[in-house]
Each structure stands twice: as C-alpha cells, then as structure tokens.
Design a protein around this ligand. Structure first.
Ligand code: ADP
Ligand code: 5GP
Length: 219
C-alpha cells in the first residue's frame, strides 16, 4: 500500500459519514483518522470511536505542543487531526482517510500536496435541509438555529469545491459510493504503476536492459 492520504470534506448533512462508512466496508486497507474535538458527543457516539472528545483546555495544550497536522474552529468548537494519525497509518501499511472541514483541508493540501482531496456535495439545498432535519429528528437534539446555521455554512463551503481534486454529488447513495471507491482504487493503481516503473530503473534492481547496455560497452 502506498500510504495515500485522502481528504474528504462536505457540508454537514451531505451524507459524508454514511458514504465513508460504506466505503470502508467495501475497500480494504483504509484507516480512518479519529479527530479530536471539543464538541459534546451526540446520539450513540463513543469517545475514541467517532471522535476523541476533549476539553478546550486540553485541545489548546495540544495546539501549543504542536500535536496537530491541522485544526480549525467549526460551529464554535475546535476540531483537529493529530499528527500521530499519519504515523499510525504508515506503520499499519494503510491509506489514511481524513474527514475534515474546508479550513482544515486547505491546511493539509498546503503541507502535503500529494494528498488526494474529495469534496462531497448534496444534490440540492432542499435535499440538504431535509437530511439535516431527518438526522436531527433521529438524534432528538439539533435545534432549528443549528440547522439554519449549517445551511448557511453549506453555501459558503461549496465555494471551496474548486480547491479539491475530485467532487461527487451524493444523490443516489450507491452511485456516490461507487464513485468514491473508483477514486480510491484509481489513485492506488496510478501510484502503484508509477512506483513499479521507478523501481525498475533503480541501479540496485540491475535490470536486464541496463546490464545489456553495459555489456555492449564491454563493462
Ligand atoms: P454528514 O456526515 O455529511 O453530516 P450523514 O452521513 O450523517 O451526513 O447523513 C445525513 C443524513 O442523510 C442521514 O440521516 C443519512 O442517513 C442521510 N443520507 C446520507 N446519504 C444519503 C443519500 N444518498 N440518500 C438519502 N439519504 C442519505
Ligand atoms: P460534526 O460535528 O458534524 O461531526 O462535524 C462538523 C464538521 O467538522 C464537519 O465538516 C467535519 O468534517 C469537521 N471535522 C471533523 N473532524 C475534523 C478535524 O479533525 N479537523 C477539521 N478541520 N475539521 C473536522
């Protein structure tokens, strides 16, 4: 495995978590980075599974000690990716998936330009609003103000789509999952092909072509 970093961003409610969880059940070798956040857990979320839930004080201490690859304030709470997530995935020989907002994504793109960025769009504002409402009804917690804030924020975030390498519309779930899977497999195969070609040119691989030329020169 090449150790590819996939950045996935989407306006809240677009279906990113749903897509990512389906993708992970279909594609081997993908590790999901568990972010740190100061927001309280919702629904059935567990500490250490969806997020590492932490206090503002602890988060600020981590910023000060340089523990984060990126961090941002989203909807009044801190969210961040620990640098250790990269090492962990590398040691495990896996590709790493970051589910982060557009501010965090821009930071990672600058630091690690080889990262593969994917933006997920909802099919329309109406569908996004419906998904936000359905989810909040299921979790019995999100207020009307929060829904309105997320809808307004979605319009802003969509402007960043052109900074990403890929964009897909999560309309029919199966189609969106297939597109995301195709992106992951394509990026892997493209890098593997390049790696194989580069390795074949290494002098310590001493390819037959290299030997033949040297022989012809009497070496
Ligand atoms: P996000 O992680 O982007 O905030 P979620 O994955 O929680 O979004 O999805 C928001 C809501 O939309 C959930 O109730 C989810 O079941 C639903 N949903 C996600 N994708 C689709 C889809 N393609 N079609 C219909 N409903 C969807
Ligand atoms: P939620 O609270 O709905 O789980 O997430 C809100 C937003 O925070 C989403 O856009 C999500 O992608 C983003 N987010 C989650 N983890 C991180 C992170 O580690 N860094 C950044 N920058 N954003 C994150």
């Amino acid at each position: 495995m090449a150790g590819i970093l996939f950045i996935i961003s989407a306006p809240s409610g677009s279906g990113k978590s749903t897509l990512v969880s389906q993708l992970r059940s279909m594609v081997e070798g993908l590790e999901f980075s568990i972010s740190y956040t100061t927001r309280p857990s919702r629904g059935s979320e567990e500490n250490g599974r969806e997020y590492h839930f932490t206090s503002r004080e602890e988060f600020e201490r981590m910023i000060a000690t340089g523990d984060f690859l990126e961090w941002a304030e989203v909807f009044g709470n801190y969210y961040g990716t620990a640098l250790s997530a990269l090492d962990h995935a590398k040691e495990a020989g896996k590709d790493l998936l970051l589910d982060i907002d557009v501010q965090g994504a821009v930071q990672v793109m600058k630091k690690l330009p080889e990262a593969v960025s994917i933006f997920i769009l909802p099919p329309s504002p109406e569908v996004l609003e419906m998904r936000l409402r359905n989810r909040s009804a299921a979790e019995k917690m999100t207020s009307e103000t929060v829904i309105q804030k997320r809808l307004a924020e979605a319009r802003n975030e969509l402007k960043q789509v052109w900074d990403y390498k890929y964009a897909l519309v999560n309309d029919v779930l199966e189609q969106a999952v297939a597109e995301m899977r195709a992106i992951v497999l394509y990026e892997r195969s493209a890098r593997e092909a390049v790696e194989t070609l580069a390795k074949s040119c290494r002098t310590d691989a001493a390819s037959p072509k290299l030997r033949a030329v040297l022989n012809a020169f009497g070496g």
